[in-house]
Write a protein that binds this ligand. Structure first.
Ligand code: SF4
Length: 73
């Protein structure tokens, strides 16, 4: 059973790193350029990429960004 990525949208600061690295799995939803709180990443296809690639999408989260997607069983 592969691990499933999950985004905690309360922590997401809309940096789009996960989406740019792994667009097969993550997407932004909500208004771009609008209220920050309505432009969040979500997982639309949890098995759309290998676990290794999803791990990469979790890595480069910049300083101060604690909202990495998590992997759950
Ligand atoms: S890397 Fe984290 S903060 Fe950036 S868009 Fe994805 S979930 Fe949100």
């Amino acid at each position: 059973m592969p691990r499933i990525p999950v985004v905690d949208q309360d922590e997401c600061i809309s940096c789009e790193v996960c989406v740019s690295i792994c667009p097969e799995v993550f997407r932004m939803e909500g208004e771009e350029g609008g209220d920050h709180h309505h432009h969040k990443s979500f997982v639309y296809n949890p098995t759309g990429a290998s676990e290794e690639k999803i791990e990469q999408a979790r890595q480069p989260v910049s300083t101060g960004n604690k909202a990495k997607p998590v992997l759950r069983k």
